[in-house]
Design a protein around this ligand. Structure first.
Ligand code: SDX
Length: 433
């Protein structure tokens, strides 16, 4: 049951030594932190500050896009459950939903897909740009560089307060990111790129750009198309995760959206965030056999290793996305060729979920635990997995970008700090240092 925000309330705070009291207003289950300034106990003339490293208990915005109940393992996009959407809606439908708040009807979907198709092709000089990248550049660095460079093609994107302009840039970014991701893949393989074929549909065109041989006909495997569509939906948004927070913070300076989503890519690349799907596959390959699992888990329990793909800041239950992906894996794997890494992953999950270290810390599989096996079964190496995560998450970043710029309460993101350095001192002469 989705929790309902508590009604407005008030709190009174009494200072234990002076006995002075203050009334604080509670709205939507939150305390507006600037109310604390009236309490003159802080380090500066700004009064009392709230202190919350890594924002463990701080709401940075109001958002209507995604709802997560971490205890119950609930994830809803605009009120629809992720399980239902992954099962019944296509990724373009989910993009329309996240951006507009409602699922499209037939004609709305047709015109949305037509707008995406019109913008599906990359500017030709992107290919020269990618050719100049160093061979060992990580695919996520290539993707972020490509997104930032794409912004140079559309200087009007700097007009971030113009709603029609925002819509145009959102369509461009949604349509061109799959082509950029495919160009990243081709660059890593030193293959010549295969252009977009939007007439075949969003997912089919994406898979064709990734997997077809230049100049040859290409039949998209249905199971691949269904899996990729569901994976992009499952990764589309996740409220104020690290990379969405980065996009909102960078975009709060009113920089263009191409730069903001490039920043999102760099945040997503981190192994504690979207980079975990790459780390999971590398971990499964390092463990190698089911017999080696107990020793590896011991190393996690004493803090020497992390069980990648497990645990979550918000979910203290099974990540509903992991459940859907786990169910998808068999549909893509070639029945004739079981994947040993899947057997290790399944055994790892079964053993960890019986182990008190993980149970007591409410550590369950998250979205990254099985996704890599799916991407790997489509023929991609771990270094590409977070690129696919970014393709899916692009719509979430853009929906939050648009929502932030419409929010009258939002300003440039600029937190305060607790100063722990030197008090004012004189600059000594060099001879005296
Ligand atoms: C994503 O935020 C989002 O929504 C992210 C995401 C999205 O869609 O955007 O869902 C995508 O990033 C999923 C998470 C992918 N990352 C990983 O799988 C990396 C492994 N997981 C962890 O590093 C960790 O669980 C985090 C980073 C995901 C969450 O870390 P927190 O909330 O800061 O928790 P913590 O590090 O404070 O851990 C609490 C305890 C600690 O033990 P104690 O100090 O209490 O003894 O749990 C332990 C941690 O050591 N712990 C783990 C663990 N995760 C937490 N121990 C072993 N293995 C792990 N994976």
């Amino acid at each position: 049951m989705t929790s309902v925000q508590p009604a407005d309330d008030s709190l009174s705070i009494e200072h234990s030594t002076s006995g002075k009291k203050w009334e604080l207003h509670v709205e939507d289950g939150c305390l507006r932190a600037t109310q604390l300034r009236q309490i003159p106990l802080g380090q500066t003339d700004l009064g009392l500050l709230s202190y919350d490293p890594a924002f463990l208990n701080t709401a940075s915005c109001r958002s209507a896009i995604t709802f997560i109940d971490g205890e119950a393992g609930i994830l809803d996009y605009r009120g629809y459950s992720i399980e239902d959407l992954a099962e019944t809606a296509t990724y373009p439908e989910v993009c329309f939903l996240l951006l507009n708040g409602e699922l499209p009807n037939e004609s709305e979907l047709a015109s949305f897909e037509a707008e995406l198709a019109e913008e599906a092709v990359l500017p030709a000089d992107m290919i020269e740009l990618f050719a100049a990248f160093p061979d060992n550049m990580h695919p996520m660095t290539m993707l972020a560089s490509g997104l930032a460079s794409l912004g140079a093609k559309y200087p009007e994107a700097d007009q971030v307060l113009d709603e029609a302009n925002r819509k145009r840039q959102i369509i461009r970014l949604l349509a061109k990111t799959p082509a950029l991701a495919a160009l990243v893949w081709r660059r890593t393989q030193n293959d010549s790129p295969v252009g977009a074929s939007p007439d075949k549909g969003f997912i089919a065109s994406f898979l064709r750009m990734l997997l077809a041989n230049p100049g040859e006909d290409f039949e998209v495997e249905d199971s691949f198309a269904r899996a990729m569509d569901a994976l992009l939906t499952l990764h589309a948004d996740h409220e104020q995760n690290c990379s969405t927070n980065a996009v909102r913070a960078v975009a709060s300076s009113h920089v263009n959206p191409y730069s903001a989503v490039a920043a999102g890519c760099f945040a997503l690349h981190g192994p504690l965030h979207g980079g975990a799907n790459q780390a999971v596959l590398e971990m499964l390959e390092e463990i190698g056999t089911i017999e080696a699992i107990p020793d590896f888990l011991e190393a996690c329990k004493c803090g020497d290793r992390r069980l990648m793909g497990f645990g979550h800041r918000v979910y203290k239950n099974y990540d509903p996305r992991a459940k859907v992906i786990s169910g998808l894996v068999e549909s893509v794997l070639d029945a004739g060729q079981p994947d040993p890494r899947l057997e290790i992953a399944r055994a790892l999950e079964a053993i960890a979920r019986e182990d008190d270290y993980f149970v007591s810390r409410k550590l369950f599989p998250n979205v990254d635990f099985y996704s890599g096996i799916l991407y790997s079964s489509m023929g991609f190496p771990p270094s590409m997995f977070t690129v696919f995560f970014a393709v899916g998450r692009m719509v979430g970043w853009l929906a939050h970008w648009d929502e932030m710029l419409r929010d009258p309460e939002q300003k440039i993101a600029r937190p305060r700090q607790i100063y722990t350095g030197h008090s004012r001192r004189e600059v000594p002469k060099m001879a005296n240092r």
